[in-house]
Each structure stands twice: as C-alpha cells, then as structure tokens.
Write a protein that binds this ligand. Structure first.
Ligand SMILES: [Zn+2]
Length: 342
C-alpha cells in the first residue's frame, strides 16, 4: 500500500476561517473550503486522502469515526472492502460524491468534537490519532485525564489553543500530523524503483516466521547476513537508504541491536512474546502473527542522529519520506518499527 503524502497528493484546505460547529457535536466545514482565509491566524488543515488498500493508524482513526457515525466496521487499521463500503454508505447518506475515497470533503463530515467526559468511538478515533502523534495513551474510548493531558500537550506543541477540546483545528492538526516534512523530499534522482517482482509478495505466500532462506536478503548496509528482510523489499529499502544517506551522511541502521530487529522466525517470536508476557520485553505480537515474520518489518535505530523519539530527525525524515518507498510507521507507540507494504 502507499500512504504517500507528497505535496501533490495532499489537499490543503484553509479551514479555520470557514468552519463552525454543528449541532450534535459534528464539525461542519463550509464547501468553499479552498478559499484563502482572510484571518492571518487561521489554521491550515491538511486532509490526507485515504482509500482502498491503505493501512495504519490513520485508517484506524477513520474506522472509529465511521463507527461513531453508525457504520458497523471493524477498527483494524486496514482499508479493505468493508471499510470502503462503509465509506460509500456514509457518503451516500451525507450527500457526498460516492467514491469510497476519504478526502477533503468526507473527512470534515466525519469529524466530531470530543472533550473530557466524552465516551465512545469518536473518542477512540481521537485517542488513536493522539497515539499516532506520539502520545502514549490507551485507546479505551473514555476521554479522561490522560487523554486531556495528551490533548493539551499536542495543542501546545502545535501552537493551537490549549483548551483540551478536540475541535476542527486540533482534528486538522492530528490528521495532518504525519504530513509536515521538516526535511527536503527526495530528489527525482532517488526515485523508488518499486518492488522486485522476482520475489513473491511475502505476506501470505509462506507461513509467518517460516519464509524460505532464498526469499530473505541481507538488509543493505547492515553488518552481517544475520540481518534479513524480504528480498522483495530490498530495492525500495536501498533507494530509501540512499536518500537518507544523502541527507544525513550515514545509513539507516538495523544492526544497533541483535538480528531480531529484522526477520524473525516463529521461534524468535515465541521468545519475544514470552518476554512481553513476563513484563521483561516490549510489546510483541503473538507468535506467528508479527510482520517481522514476513521479513517486511524493521526496527530502525531512531538514535541515528540524536535522541530517539517521534521528534527525532530520523523519525521525522522517515515519516516524511518512508511512504514514498513503501515504508510506514505502523505501530504508533514504537517510533522504531517500520513496515514495508507494497
Ligand atoms: Zn518491530
């Protein structure tokens, strides 16, 4: 999938000057949203285009918002046929163009204002988006003190009104939270070559954690062949690493820890899962379900250029450029975990 957020695909909507709150808490944006705001302090809201095939936290946020609007859809972070149908149903009921694509017209209709004391799927949507922005809160559907604190911190960091209410401006910033690119986008010379079709798409072709050795390749730039990923992902990873090196002068790094940063066998996953259950390890997927078991997940060193965090230069660069190469941060609580889906 591609969650590409190049300037071309982004739709910038000058929002704050043109919106109001509707009854029932829904956010109402006016239709002439592309007009330039006359208020110099108006926020510019950037709505991503999300459609069939997309995955990740933004899709989960969307699914919770669909649920909050009465559409029965699972919040699994994967934009499949059921999510597409739910979007179509929602669009149809709201007099929108029924194309199953969530863009600048559909997002504003889906958004709901949430604040302390609120409960339900709209709160889960906001919590998911806050987590994606680096705030470690539970997605429990209850807007309590922790969510309030995270909202205030997010608003403060984005120079928004710190009122702890997730209204239009804050929603806009949350949805666009993955969009701003502090570093230059890759030049046309470092264009992604796309997946290597000599290798089958790893996910689903083999049992998880039992990918044949001849489908696994050393991660480019790593110190040994212990660090393996799906060969199919190597061309895109190489192009991404080249662009990163051009910017920072060093490679993206996976060999700062042991080989478990890369491909994991079922046995590897079992060890990590037990550590997680014992409370001695990080969050780990059930054995046989980790995307490390397909060779499409990499735990990258986020301390490559300074301290690790969602605010680190490496994270910000990957966040802005990774999707161009098919790599996305799919675990909001883990800035280091990047997955290839193409
Ligand atoms: Zn990982």
């Amino acid at each position: 999938m591609r969650r590409v957020l190049t300037k071309k695909k982004l739709v910038a909507v000058a929002a704050a000057a043109a919106l109001s709150f509707g009854v029932g808490g829904a956010v109402v944006f006016t239709e002439q949203a592309s007009a330039a705001p006359s208020d110099p302090n108006a926020q510019t809201t950037i709505f991503p285009v999300v459609k069939y095939g997309a995955q990740g936290d933004r899709v989960t946020t969307l699914q919770y918002l669909l649920r909050a609007s009465g559409q029965g859809v699972a919040a699994d972070g994967s934009f499949g046929p059921k999510t597409q149908q739910a979007v179509r149903n929602f669009q149809s009921r709201n007099g929108l163009v029924v194309d199953g694509i969530v863009g600048p017209k559909t997002w504003p209709r889906l958004l709901k204002v949430v604040r302390e004391g609120n409960r339900g799927d709209a709160v889960k949507a906001a919590q998911t988006a806050l987590r994606a922005a680096g705030h470690r809160i539970d997605v429990d559907g209850s807007f309590g003190p922790a969510t309030r604190q995270a909202t205030l911190a997010f608003q403060d960091a984005r120079s928004l009104d710190t009122d702890a209410v997730i209204g239009p401006a804050t929603w806009g910033a949350l949805l666009g939270a993955k969009a701003p690119a502090p570093s230059k986008p890759p030049t046309s010379g470092t264009k992604s070559p796309g997946p290597d079709t000599r290798y089958p798409k790893p996910k689903g072709k083999y049992p998880n954690g039992e990918v044949p050795a001849n489908q696994l390749c050393q991660v480019p730039g790593s110190k040994s062949s212990d660090y393996r990923m799906s060969c199919r992902a190597v061309p895109d990873f190489t192009a991404m690493n080249n662009a990163y090196r051009k910017e920072f002068g060093v490679n993206l790094q996976v060999d700062h820890l042991d080989r478990l940063t890369t491909y994991r066998t079922v046995a590897d996953q079992r060890v990590l899962y037990n550590m997680y259950l014992n409370g001695t390890g990080n969050l780990a997927a059930k054995p046989g379900t980790s995307n490390h078991g397909w060779g499409i997940a990499l735990d990258l060193n986020m301390r490559r250029n300074g301290a690790g965090s969602h605010q680190s230069r490496t994270y910000q660069w990957l966040n802005a450029n990774g999707p161009t190469y098919g790599f996305n941060d799919t675990v909001p609580s883990e800035d280091w975990h990047w997955e290839y889906h193409r």
